[in-house]
Design a protein around this ligand. Structure first.
Ligand SMILES: CC(C)(COP(=O)(O)OP(=O)(O)OC[C@H]1O[C@@H](n2cnc3c(N)ncnc32)[C@H](O)[C@@H]1OP(=O)(O)O)[C@@H](O)C(=O)NCCC(=O)NCCS
Length: 301
């Protein structure tokens, strides 16, 4: 497959983005961001970037992925600062897991740096392992902000049926962390064995019942934090999530809701404590497993 990445700036391109949205988030015409809004954003500092499959010589290149964002503000004690707010990233279902999401975000990173900005933010569902892997492991975004039911009840086919909780990501585009992850010689990600070897604890040990989905144990090991009033809390903790939440949601909606509420409460406690999500582990295989890595006392940069 040959993929070309380019900036989209005309209304014909925006119509392709409308169509692709219908494929990625099916079922709700009301939720398609219209071409005229994409175009206006793109002409006023926003970015709509497309990925095209250019393999077939007889066909025009097909749009198979896009990322869309616009300029915004974040607020500091010294006043507001400009940032880029990334709103949507989508890849056509049959083109996923081939690095297209990464290429689109890398192009966005390059353009936003070129605009002189140092921050990109966006939100995502914390139970989506693939998104977490891309956003945190591969791109180097961090998070310590949990937003309950951010979008109210969602109507599209991917999001319907569960509270729309989101993590907000901070992508400090000029930071060492991000530069290292996007460099051609990116670091080798750490795996679960590395963390086990260092004695790192899992805050929510899970059980796999009937070889299907992990179920979080009733008892979490958060008391680990409370038992050490005089010491610093553990420098690193792991939190497990299901490796394929979409499939779990389709087959066991009540367990999916349980996972939503369970991880909501853990993230809120850990963020209040001062933890920051700094990494993510995905262990593929017959029984894939996924874990957030939370660090204590690390700066977001
Ligand atoms: C999220 C999305 C844009 C990612 O696009 P993509 O092109 O598949 O992403 P990439 O291939 O660049 O990166 C995904 C990575 O996750 C890995 N991955 C696959 N399944 C995984 C899983 N269950 N858990 C963790 N990682 C997984 C892939 O192997 C790949 O890593 P690698 O390149 O090291 O092999 C795409 O899945 C999508 O369109 N999803 C629906 C819409 C959505 O959720 N958009 C984002 C919120 S607005």
């Amino acid at each position: 497959m040959t993929v070309a990445i380019r900036i989209l700036e005309n209304i014909e391109d925006m119509a392709l983005v409308e169509d692709l949205q219908r494929q990625v988030w099916p079922g709700s015409e009301l939720d398609v961001v219209p071409g005229h809004l994409l175009l206006t954003a793109a002409h006023n500092g926003g970015l709509v970037i497309g990925a095209f499959d250019t393999v077939s010589k007889n066909q025009p290149p097909a749009l198979v992925g896009f990322v869309f964002g616009f300029p915004g503000l974040y607020f500091t004690p010294d006043g507001p600062r400009p940032k880029h707010c990334s709103h949507m990233l989508g890849v056509e279902p049959t083109y996923r897991n081939q690095g297209i999401g990464f290429l689109l975000k890398r192009a966005q990173w390059q353009m936003v740096r070129h605009q002189g900005l140092d921050s990109i933010t966006w939100t995502f569902d914390p139970l989506l392992s693939r998104n977490a892997n891309l956003n945190i492991t591969k791109l180097g975004a961090v998070s310590n902000t949990y937003l309950r039911e951010l979008y109210g009840e969602m109507r599209d086919g991917l999001n319907t049926g569960l509270p729309s909780d989101r993590l907000q990501l901070d992508w400090w585009v000029n930071s060492r962390r991000v530069n290292r992850r996007l460099s051609r010689r990116a670091r080798q990600p750490l795996d679960l064995a590395n963390y086990y070897a260092a004695g790192v604890k899992i805050v929510n040990p899970t059980e796999v019942i009937d070889e299907t989905w992990p179920v979080p144990a009733e008892e979490t090991s958060l008391p680990v934090l409370e038992k050490q009033p005089d010491n610093d809390p553990p420098a690193i903790l792991l939190m497990e999530i299901p490796a394929d939440f979409q499939a779990l949601k389709e087959t066991q909606p009540s367990l999916a809701l349980h996972w939503r509420l369970h991880t909501r409460s853990l993230f809120e406690i850990l963020f209040q404590y001062g933890y920051l999500i700094t990494d993510f582990i995905y262990q593929p295989g017959k029984h894939p497993r996924s874990f957030y890595v939370l660090s204590y006392g690390e700066s977001t940069l």
